[in-house]
Write a protein that binds this ligand. Structure first.
Ligand SMILES: O=C(O)CCC(=O)C(=O)O
Ligand SMILES: [Fe+2]
Length: 339
């Protein structure tokens, strides 16, 4: 999912709802943007608008039968056609951990899969890698690493991850109750040194100045590690809080240490949730490295897609032809989006 190797999660037009709003008074040239928006965005807002921000959901504390804290959010959708339905999301996480994910942009969750399941899925990822590395269009660096996209289409074993908890309810609590799921994998081959993903974030689409109706690109990506990740394989390295710092500009390919960076090591089945715009990289592998396989489970707000999936289809969609010959701007207007 590094920007150098485009992700299908990120290929769809992405958007988010505004983050948790606290309004605040209109002062100076600023609109009433939520105070949790990145500083530079509030400062650079183009227009003075009085758009009252939506309410932050009320997280209701729950306790399970063993007294562990969780939360429940009752979302009433403003969907007239469906008679304003309530979608309740129950999440077994301590709300303080979710607050931390919102604030720092990451949250580690050990043992989200049991190790046997992780090893089983790792085998399937390797099998797919071996079959795809022969394809000319594969995102394969020979002998080093490969990205495998659209896993839900390629092996039914992955369907069990559609409702993986607490991942799904974390995503729904933070993004809203309607999300869709994309699943990809990345594999580093064993015994290779110097294999790394440089600093990147997944949704580099934030304009400066920030237009008042900009859909901030909120997504939650859950990285599930299927192998042990030690110093040899190269830990994941991230910059806490950087998901809300669009002014942070790290040059393409940079692998230098950054102030405040945090390194994370994993056992098979461990996961880290990241906000899709958190800056992260991997530390280069060393000669004794084992396989380093992970799944990237992407949660995207459901409305963020180009296709409305209804109505009579054209017999022969003209836009397909147009796409082949049109200039870049026309292709963007027809829904093409890559980075
Ligand atoms: O390999 C990792 O630990 C992270 C990979 C990553 O950031 C990506 O593929 O976008
Ligand atoms: Fe990434």
């Amino acid at each position: 999912m590094a920007s150098s190797s485009t992700s299908t999660i990120t290929k769809i037009q992405k958007g988010w709802t505004k983050p948790s709003p606290h309004g605040g008074n209109s002062t100076g040239g600023h609109s009433r943007l939520p105070s949790c928006w990145p500083r530079s965005e509030r400062a650079n807002c183009l227009f003075l608008v009085d758009s009252s921000p939506p309410k932050r959901p009320e997280w209701r504390w729950m306790v399970d039968t063993e007294g562990r804290p969780g939360l429940r959010t009752d979302f009433v959708l403003n969907d007239q056609v469906r008679d304003y339905p309530t979608r309740s999301v129950e999440c077994t996480m301590d709300p303080r951990d979710l607050d931390e994910l919102v604030r720092t942009g990451f949250l580690v969750r050990r043992g989200i899969l049991n190790p046997q399941v992780a090893t089983w899925l790792a085998g399937i990822v390797l099998k797919l890698a071996r079959s795809e590395q022969k394809c000319p269009e594969a995102e394969y660096l020979p002998g080093q690493s490969i990205y495998i996209r659209a896993l839900l289409d390629k092996d039914a074993a992955f369907h069990r991850l559609l409702r993986l908890e607490p991942a799904l309810s974390i995503a729904r609590s933070l993004l809203g109750p309607q999300v869709w799921v994309d699943l990809e994998a990345r594999l580093n081959y064993q015994g290779q040194s110097g294999v790394a993903v440089p600093w990147h974030s997944h949704l580099p689409v934030i304009p400066d100045p920030l237009p008042p109706f900009f859909s901030y690109p909120h997504q939650i990506h859950c990285l599930i590690y299927l192998d042990e990740v030690t110093e040899l394989e190269g830990p994941l390295c991230l910059i806490p809080g950087s998901h809300m710092e669009p002014e942070l500009r790290i040059p393409l390919g940079d692998q230098n240490d950054q102030p405040g960076q945090v390194k994370l090591y994993f056992e098979p089945g461990d996961a880290v949730f990241i906000h899709a715009n958190l800056w992260h990289r991997t530390i280069p592998s060393s000669p004794g490295a084992g396989f380093r396989r992970l799944l990237l489970l992407g949660y995207v707000p459901s409305w963020v897609k180009a296709d409305v999936s209804r109505g009579a289809l054209a017999e022969r969609p003209l836009t397909a032809d147009l796409m082949r010959t049109a200039d870049a701007e026309t292709r963007e207007l027809l829904g093409e989006f890559t980075w």
